[in-house]
Design a protein. Structure first.
Length: 108
């Protein structure tokens, strides 16, 4: 049985989840699930993947506003996968950006 994980994010209450990264069959068992070792003990062990990086999300844009989706104020993250997994810690890193003023000065 494969163990896959897909990570999604959603910026600023955006209506749809945006796919961030997919790990197909990365977190599988080590060994044969039905294999027996010395003394009839199962030979399969849980897989181990420390510090898996998600990288930056793609530069997708909202089709209505043409705004880059990876820029926002509030973010939600969703993990969806198959098989048994345990995520002990998860850390997000954000960069503070100063927005340029886009206000148009009215003539006097």
């Amino acid at each position: 049985m494969g163990h896959s994980l897909t990570v999604y994010y959603r910026p600023d209450n955006y209506p749809d989840w945006v796919c961030w990264k997919t790990f197909p069959d990365k977190f599988s068992l080590i060994g044969n699930p039905q294999g027996l070792g010395i003394g009839g003990l199962p030979s399969a062990q849980a897989g181990f993947a420390p510090r898996v990086s998600l990288g930056k999300p793609a530069d997708d844009c909202d089709p209505n506003t043409n705004r880059r989706l990876r820029r926002g104020y509030h973010f939600q993250v969703k993990f969806k996968g198959t098989g048994h997994m345990k995520i002990e810690m998860f850390r997000l890193h954000a960069k503070i950006l100063i927005e340029k003023s886009r206000a148009i000065e009215t003539p006097r």
